[in-house]
Design a protein around this ligand. Structure first.
Ligand code: KG4
Ligand code: ZN
Length: 349
């Protein structure tokens, strides 16, 4: 019999509650995806303020849950299992979701699963494109993470091939936007400005692409500094900053490195399906270049729609459904959130 899985996400600045239906054939259907964001409260600081985010989660948790059930036309008693983000993320923020999930699971007397946020970003793709072939390669690019992952089983087996040694890709977007006087979060305005700019106007560095660098690790801090230096230099000379060209050239450097390394990893691992997810997967140039290079390499590219790429509760419900379907163990009720949960721990046991 089909089962209803509730997912709760609170690792950063989005309070998400999702509801999905796990069908007997293992397919997962999206029923509700409600998100409350505190992004506006962080905008003037240019980054997420953990205490502000925690308080916002506390205020948004119950109303967001109520909205999700109303959207799905379900009542709480319909829930068969609950999944919650156990990590990685901000400690105080995670704690709000985990506490809420424990309370709901206890009150409803249903099993509780503590799941990995990063795996959730990959699992969400199954809501749009159906079951994931195994193995597949995931390029996870968000404000907090930049990782290349090999996924042998979305419910139990994820291996990290590489990650950023400094800034995350989205973080670089946010910092460069600040240098260019564009609003936070920086991804969307840079993406927009870049459409009117020349991507080859300025040759910004491609980090960690030297022969002695780790093949699948990333570095964006040098690129961010190079952009800041370039803008400072132009300002010192009294020149007007060509924002569109800087944005386009920066974006080209990011998309080039991300896609080149992802394709190389897929080829080396003999994998022919790539999933690109996380907030930065909404980037138009990244999607375009990934599509171009995947086509040349004979790799099938899957990119969830932008709404599913950014943090949400549906991704946690989707992962929860796969974990339930795989008959993985539930989390002990006394489990704690783990801000540094490693990506190979798909769910707590
Ligand atoms: O996945 P997400 O919503 O939250 C985290 O888990 O971090 O990702 C947010 C990040 C921000 O850094 C934002 O600037 C970036 O995703 N982002 C974009 C675009 N839309 C959002 N970056 C580049 N291009 C975009 N269109
Ligand atoms: Zn995320």
């Amino acid at each position: 019999m089909a089962r209803i899985i509730m997912g709760i996400e609170s690792s950063c600045d989005e309070t998400g509650v999702g509801l999905v239906r796990l069908h007997d054939d293992g397919t997962v259907e999206l029923l509700a995806d409600e998100v409350a964001s505190s992004v506006e409260q962080h905008a003037r600081f240019g980054g997420v303020v953990p205490e502000v985010a925690s308080r916002a989660h506390l205020e948004a948790m119950v109303p967001t849950t109520e909205r999700a059930f109303a959207t799905a036309g379900l009542s709480m008693s319909d829930v068969d299992a609950i999944a919650v983000t156990a990590g990685p993320g901000l400690a105080g923020a995670l704690l709000v979701g985990v506490s809420a999930a424990k309370a709901y699971a206890t009150a409803l007397d249903v099993p509780l699963y503590g799941v990995n946020h990063l795996a959730g970003h990959i699992a969400v793709d199954t809501l749009q494109h159906g079951p994931l072939p195994a193995p597949c390669l995931a390029l996870l690019v968000s404000g907090g993470h930049t990782q290349l992952l090999r996924v042998d089983d979305i419910a139990s087996s994820i291996t990290e091939l590489g990650s950023t040694v400094d800034d995350a890709a989205g973080e670089a977007y946010d910092k460069v936007a600040r240098v260019l006087g564009l609003p936070y979060p920086g991804g969307p305005p840079i993406d927009k400005a870049a459409r009117n700019g020349n991507p080859s106007a300025i040759a910004f560095p491609r980090g960690m692409t030297g022969p002695r660098d780790a093949a699948f690790d990333f570095s964006f801090s040098g690129l961010k500094t190079a952009v800041a230096r370039w803008v400072e230099g132009a300002a010192r000379r009294g020149e007007e900053i060509p924002v569109d060209d800087v944005a386009a050239s920066f974006q080209e450097a990011v998309a080039d490195v991300l896609t080149a390394k992802a394709i190389r990893a897929a080829k080396e691992q003999g994998i022919d399906t790539m999933v690109v997810s996380g907030g930065v997967a909404a980037n138009s140039r990244l999607k375009e270049l990934a599509a171009e290079r995947c086509a040349v390499a004979g790799i099938e590219l899957r990119v969830p729609r932008p709404r599913l790429c950014t943090d949400n509760g549906a991704m946690i419900a989707a992962l929860g459904a796969h974990v339930v379907a795989a008959k993985r163990p539930t989390a002990p009720l006394e489990f704690s959130a783990n801000p540094a949960l490693p990506v190979n721990v798909v769910s707590l046991s």
